[in-house]
Design a protein around this ligand. Structure first.
Ligand code: PAF
Length: 298
């Protein structure tokens, strides 16, 4: 496995690896991350390994997707451990550029998706998705992957990136991968390390609220969107520490919110999404309302 820090070297290495593969149609799979890898990232690397000939993992804590009062400086980092994890997962190339390598100053171009980014996380993190789409397009241009792998915990990010790919005719297939959870239901996130033991325990209200909502829908009653919002809030508010940013139900991937009186039953295109703060730590979680996804392990 090669650890590479410059764009020029990365391009050269990918081209050499492509030449060494017999098939002319070699597939490069990109797993973009901000490092501090956990089992969620491991599942992306696993999926990439299965669906690509060459797996590139990028590790870059992207400053332009953090707001001025967010955790860019304190975002957890452990490069040595990440490199070992990538090696163990069979990654071919780890790309770890510096901020200067990715953003030689002054830059004047931003990739921005409208509408989809003005809601949910976009409403409370202005500019966040512009930072994401800009860095992801740069990574697509640098690596030129045929497939790119993203976790569904960031469901809005997946919808936004897919929209960007469609709108800009980017020749890359976006592969969304399922959320990975701790055995007690907490969705894996690099930010979970910020939680105190007590907050970590209380944070279980997120997956619990999603499970209760899913069960209510599965029970087949004539629930409306307002009922679902009520169920979510009621369950999250059981934790005195939880501060709700949003607890929403909308269509996926359009992210169009459902009107309060709209019926939920019988639809398989819905996403229930939560963002809840515990102290300074903002956690997100979601579930697709589909018969196939059940939080059975919670
Ligand atoms: O999901 C993330 O870790 C980041 O938003 C991404 C896609 C690597 C872009 O910086």
């Amino acid at each position: 496995m090669k650890v590479i820090r410059t764009i020029a070297e990365l391009r050269q290495e990918i081209s050499l690896k492509r030449q060494s593969i017999q098939s002319r149609e070699s597939v490069v799979g990109l797993v973009p991350t901000m490092g501090f890898l956990h089992e969620g990232h491991a599942s992306l690397m696993h999926a990439a390994k299965q669906k690509s000939d060459i797996v590139v993992l990028s590790i870059f804590v992207n400053p332009i997707q953090f707001g001025p009062n967010e955790d860019f400086d304190s975002y957890p980092r452990d490069e040595a451990r990440d490199v070992e994890t990538a090696r163990a997962k069979g990654v071919d190339i780890v790309f770890i550029p510096s901020v200067e390598e990715m953003y030689p100053q002054p830059t004047q171009t931003t990739v921005s998706v409208s509408r989809l980014t003005d809601r949910l996380c976009g409403a409370s993190r202005p500019g966040h998705f512009d930072g994401v789409t800009t860095v992801v397009s740069k990574l697509f241009n640098i690596v030129q992957p045929q497939r790119a792998f993203f976790g569904m915990k960031d469901a809005q990010q997946v919808a936004v990136i897919q929209q960007m790919v469609n709108d800009l005719n980017m020749a890359v297939e976006i592969v969304p991968c399922p959320i990975v959870r701790e055995s007690d239901g907490l969705a894996l996130s690099s930010r979970n390390v910020y939680l105190s033991a007590e907050q970590r325990q209380e944070a279980l209200v997120l997956s619990k609220a999603l499970r209760v909502a899913q069960e209510a829908v599965d029970a087949g009653t004539a629930l409306t969107a307002a009922d679902i919002r009520g169920i979510l809030r009621q369950n999250i508010e059981r934790s005195p520490m939880a501060m709700i940013d949003y607890a929403e139900i909308q269509a996926f991937p359009s992210l169009e919110p459902l009107a309060d009186q709209e019926k939920v039953h019988g639809r398989d295109d819905l996403l229930i999404a939560l963002a809840v703060k515990f102290g300074k730590t903002r956690l997100i979680d979601n579930i697709r309302l589909q018969k196939s996804e059940v939080l059975s392990h919670v």
